[in-house]
Design a protein around this ligand. Structure first.
Ligand SMILES: Nc1nc2c(ncn2[C@@H]2O[C@H](COP(=O)(O)OP(=O)(O)O)[C@@H](O)[C@H]2O)c(=O)[nH]1
Ligand SMILES: [Mg+2]
Length: 329
């Protein structure tokens, strides 16, 4: 499953700063050859400490984390749907994404000009205005698409399944300054603006400054600001929650790997993410729980403790299942 998240927001809110921070953090999070496909597209490994534990246990040659693709989508400005700025170029990018990360400026800095030149005295009010502008543009873009479909349908009735922008799940990322990172009162007010969507609070500039630190260092550094996880960790957590995703793991000498699936997926569906043949020829899944495996130290010990289960076609996968599929092709 290729998870793709589009970063949108008004100009100068910190989208590119965040994109750089996310892709850098990802490059450092694992020995994964992270790829910048285009300057604004990056594939980032999902940080997962469980893989390191498994790799040690199985003396694995290779770790393959789950990945997320981020796209820095510029061009959304007031009037974009009417051709302002880059016009509608952002549409195609957003359509391809499963979720939108809407970056909202919530930091004070008089030097960085807001798109509309409104003086900043009320962060919450500014944030609300900015959010409304973007959401209106997305709505207008959808209206236009609907009108086009309606016009086309008279000639060609086969145009179904249009992914509307306003149907995409949105995670709001408030780009706060150092004070905002610990200002619970401000965070509550901002969170209220976007309920029931997920809201996360990051300092994009600070994150970018941590670019050359390793993951441990950056955690310590962030902790000194009262922050538990970095932007990559926070955003991925929020995305998995919003999209109802979880991961399962496969482990062996050749590779240890994390796979992303929907919550509620059955064992054959999970097998299908590895290979369609695994789903078609599914016989059973041999499963143990990651925590048991970590505690007991080896697959053998898990087996002896009676905690290695054989599950059939109707089994519903749980987060952290370590799985070996039996199949027949
Ligand atoms: N003070 C402060 N400045 C920021 C922050 N994030 C971005 N900036 C600055 O805001 C300007 C625009 O940032 P950029 O990431 O290019 O915004 P974009 O237009 O949304 O991609 C740059 O000068 C950044 O250094 C932040 O968290 N705090
Ligand atoms: Mg930018």
């Amino acid at each position: 499953m290729n998870l793709k998240i589009g970063i949108v927001g008004l100009p100068n809110v910190g989208k590119s700063t965040l994109f750089n921070a996310l892709t850098n953090a990802g490059a450092l999070a694992a020995n994964y050859p992270f790829a910048t496909i285009e300057p604004n597209v990056g594939i980032v490994p999902v940080p997962d400490e469980r893989l390191d534990v498994l790799a040690k246990m199985y003396e694995t040659e290779k770790i393959v984390p789950a990945t997320v693709e981020f796209v820095d989508i510029a061009g959304l400005v007031k009037g974009a749907s009417k051709g302002e700025g880059l016009g509608n170029q952002f549409l195609a990018h957003i359509r391809e994404c499963q979720a939108i990360c809407h970056v909202v400026r919530a930091f004070k800095n008089g030097d960085i000009v807001r798109a509309d030149n409104v003086p900043e005295d009320d962060i919450v009010k500014q944030a609300k205005d900015d959010i409304d502008i973007i959401n209106l543009e997305l709505q207008l873009a959808d209206d236009e698409t609907k009108a086009k479909i309606a016009a086309k349908r008279k000639k060609d009735p086969n145009d179904e399944n249009i992914p509307f922008l306003t149907d995409k799940p949105v995670i709001y990322m408030f780009n706060v300054d150092e004070n905002g990172l610990t200002d619970k009162d401000l965070q509550e007010k901002l969170r209220d603006l976007v309920k029931p969507n997920e809201a996360i609070f990051v300092n994009a500039k600070l994150e970018e400054e941590m670019s050359d630190m390793d993951r441990e260092e950056r955690k310590e550094f962030l902790e000194s600001y009262g922050v538990k996880d970095d932007a990559l960790g926070e955003l991925i957590k929020a995305a998995y929650k919003t999209l109802g995703l979880q991961s399962f793991l496969t482990a062996g000498k050749k590779e240890c790997r994390a796979w992303t699936i929907k919550k509620g997926a059955t064992a054959p569906e999970a097998a299908g993410t590895i290979h369609t043949d695994f789903e078609r020829g599914f016989i059973a899944a041999q499963i143990c729980n990651y925590d048991d495996l970590k505690k007991l130290g080896s697959e053998q010990a898990v087996k002896q403790a009676g905690k290695l289960r054989t599950e059939g076609k109707t089994y519903v996968m749980q987060d952290g299942d370590v799985v070996e599929f039996k199949f027949n092709v």
